[in-house]
Design a protein around this ligand. Structure first.
Ligand code: SAH
Length: 448
């Protein structure tokens, strides 16, 4: 094969980013947009050391699992990569992907259940964050194209709240009428950097404008555009971010309309959501995830639970109602403040929270407390080896592992297995339809 060759091939697998994979002359060929079971014609666009990249030119025979993507920027935007695959087949792909990770990376034979499907295949996210850029005379608000900082202008996004369309159009009116300047990252000038929209299950909205400055022009006009057209907007906030950084929100913020928070109900508990509060992005599936975990852990009032990487204490508080006591540990101080506030809000008195690095705080907590169950919900990089070793050394009877990355989950399960823990069934939970991401829950027990 040479660059610019036209090739025909059968696609037999999907890669981790949703690309179709076929084989030609002994090499794996990655073709974006092609699906397993399809025969396609592709143009060779890159020859790498271990694989070839092909550009899809024609589908010669289509998979019965192929569906028409509803989004007009599908294939351009770096967001959803599976919109062309039926939802049932997406779930099947996720189950296979988790199974492969467990077998290939973890070298373990564990049962992997079919993923718990999401209630909503679209409109499931509770938070959208869009960069804003000037494009000639036009203002682009949208998402970055895959692997780039090039902005794709959108007026809607099917996985975001349905109010997004109106929010975008009203914002554009305000931006144009008031000649609001747009941030330019190369010169670090201009005002508006990002727009963030948060929604609770009741449909109430918080709009956050992230600005490189201290104020915005014509606030009254902005407020009027939302107050009458979109009364669900309960909060408009300015977040001051004047640093040269990729971070979206600044440290300080001020509320210019309504309240500076929303409430969200999860597993029957109330949570106060500020502009910076961390919350899983799919509220309906978060409840499914937490309920699955708690059911698999079968907590009783005799259990002392340690919730590591506890964020705003959502899992901790749901567990506290079933356990004797819960101790939460979380790196971000503000999240810990949220957790403490939410405990009070719900009248929960058997939960305490500490801010700090898990690896650093864990040994002393394990020494002080008679922990019977540990819950871990780490970021994508998984658990530090020191954390796995400290947990195994403590001999804690049960560990509930919530993971957003099957590869690091498999790696960590392998180490736990070496250190005397056996894992039960792996339950994937689909929090992110149309993307290749998948969350998993698994419970480990100490073998002796
Ligand atoms: N369990 C929570 C949050 C999970 S996200 C929920 O369901 O909402 C992972 C969390 O781990 C984030 O809040 C992140 O701030 C935190 N974190 C990352 N590294 C950490 C560390 N070394 N020690 C403690 N917490 C950490």
């Amino acid at each position: 094969m040479k660059k610019n060759d036209w090739i025909e091939l059968d696609i037999d697998d999907l890669g981790t980013d949703g690309q179709g994979i076929g084989h030609k002359d002994g090499a794996a060929v990655f073709v974006d947009g092609a699906l397993p079971g399809e025969r396609v014609r592709a143009k060779v666009i890159a020859l790498k050391k271990n694989y070839v990249v092909g550009k899809l030119e024609e589908i010669l025979s289509a998979s019965p699992m192929r569906v028409k993507p509803p989004c007009r920027v599908f294939g351009k935007c770096g967001g959803c990569s599976l919109q062309h695959l039926s939802y049932a087949a997406q779930l099947q792909f996720k189950q296979n992907f988790v199974r492969n990770c467990i077998q290939r990376i973890g070298k373990l034979e564990l049962p992997v259940n079919f993923p718990l499907p999401a209630r909503n295949e679209y409109r499931y996210r509770n938070k959208a964050a869009f960069p804003v850029q000037k494009n000639g005379e036009q203002i682009d608000i949208g998402f970055y194209a895959a692997h780039s900082h090039r902005l794709i202008d959108v007026d809607d996004c099917r996985i975001q709240p349905s109010a997004l369309r109106i929010v975008m159009s009203q914002l554009r009116v305000w931006l144009v009428k008031n000649k609001v300047s747009i941030y330019d990252e190369s010169t670090h000038t201009g005002l508006l950097r990002h727009i963030v929209l948060r929604e609770n299950k009741a449909g109430e909205l918080m709009l956050i404008l992230c600005i490189n400055g201290e104020d915005i022009p014509n606030k009254a006009h902005l407020i009027m555009l939302f107050e009458f057209v979109l009364p669900q907007v309960k909060s408009i906030i300015l977040s001051f971010n004047t640093k040269r950084t990729n971070t979206i929100m600044g440290g300080r913020s001020v509320c210019i309309y309504g309240k500076d928070y929303l409430f969200e109900t999860l597993c029957g508990l109330e949570f106060r959501i500020g502009p910076q509060t961390f919350l899983q992005v799919n509220s309906a599936q978060t409840e499914a995830l937490y309920n699955t975990l708690l059911r698999m852990l079968a907590l009783t009032k005799a259990d002392t639970v340690l919730d590591l990487y506890c964020g705003a204490g959502t899992i901790s508080l749901a567990a506290a109602r079933r356990a004797k006591r819960v101790i939460g540990i979380e790196l971000v101080e503000e999240a810990v403040e949220n957790a403490k506030f939410n405990a009070k809000l719900n009248g929960i008195e058997n939960a305490i929270f500490f801010a700090g690095d898990t690896a650093r705080l864990l040994p002393s907590v394990l020494e002080r407390e008679a922990v019977s169950t540990v819950i871990v919900d780490p970021p994508r990089k998984g658990l530090d080896e020191a954390v796995v070793r400290a947990l195994a050394a403590s001999g804690v009877p049960k560990i509930g592992y919530v993971s957003c990355n099957p590869s690091t989950l498999a790696r960590d399960l392998a180490l736990f297995s070496e250190l005397g823990y056996s894992a039960g069934v792996v339950q994937p939970v689909d929090m992110f339809p149309q993307t290749t991401h998948v969350e998993c829950v698994v419970v480990l027990s100490c073998k002796n």
